[in-house]
Design a protein around this ligand. Sequence first.
Ligand code: FAD
Length: 283
Amino acid sequence: MRKYDVAIIGAGPSGIFCARKLQDAGKKVAIFEKSNNIGGRLATRRFKNHVFNIGVNSFQSTVEELNEMVEAGIENETLIRDGVEVKAQDSITSWTKSLVEKIETHRKHHLENIEVGENENILHFRGLESIAAKDVVLAVPAPQAVEILSNSNLEVPALSKATYSSAVFYMVAMDRELEQVREFKVLQHVKKDFDYYLLQFEEDWNEKTKEELREEFDETFRPVESYVHKWRYAKVDKTISSDHQLALKDKGVYLTGDYFFGNDMDASVLASQHILDNVFHIN
Ligand SMILES: Cc1cc2nc3c(=O)[nH]c(=O)nc-3n(C[C@H](O)[C@H](O)[C@H](O)COP(=O)(O)OP(=O)(O)OC[C@H]3O[C@@H](n4cnc5c(N)ncnc54)[C@H](O)[C@@H]3O)c2cc1C
């Protein structure tokens, strides 16, 4: 069985920041990410002849902790500064992929549960081999942490108090310009071989599937091609105290994510720095 000092679950900015710092400090770390993409809510979709950043597109970096990763991106030209905003040169995931270049990273590894042991924890992934790690950092949104913990007979009751709003994005290639978009906000419009639009649906999506929404939207817009993306946990509405990050310290399990400090990139790295300061004594 492969063994690590620290297993980081989730390849969003919280997990990536934590992994970089721990590896620099000499720890044997690996990141395990359930999807096939690196970046979490920093996501890119290639759509016909265009690339849309469908999560974070540009952001402001006001804390030193995040600046470190931003500077790395500016140096390797995956990011550019535009006034106070930081933007992707092309796709935002080019940046996140470059940040984990030197870190052992496993995609399509969905953590189901943790078997807590005295000296090490065993991590079980859906349909894959298990691994052992002394410490485990759960860098996933609060509801997903609740699921992993409950499968592991562990509990941090405060986690369920962190709440999120959802978002629906609709990408379309049109053979004409859109005149009116009613319930949608236009996030991006680019003219190429077609008129490409990234639209955000303003209303609640009330449990409709992606396919149902797409069918409904297509009836209104009649696009050449379309794609719907739903973010179930898009934006943190209610945060919880960072004290809860260390609630399972005696088991070697730690929690991080934007939801302890806010709802943005700054918050996600600040939460990881909190663990680095208080558990690993790295700053
Ligand atoms: C549309 C949109 C626009 C945004 N705009 C901005 C902005 O302009 N500025 C800004 O600062 N912030 C913005 N944000 C917020 C920013 O994206 C988040 O604050 C940040 O991504 C949080 O990082 P995180 O690492 O805590 O979580 P995430 O980015 O959500 O990463 C968590 C990762 O954990 C993985 N995961 C979950 N469960 C498991 C499991 N069981 N096993 C393995 N992996 C798992 C997920 O797949 C994901 O990759 C935006 C978000 C969205 C959705």
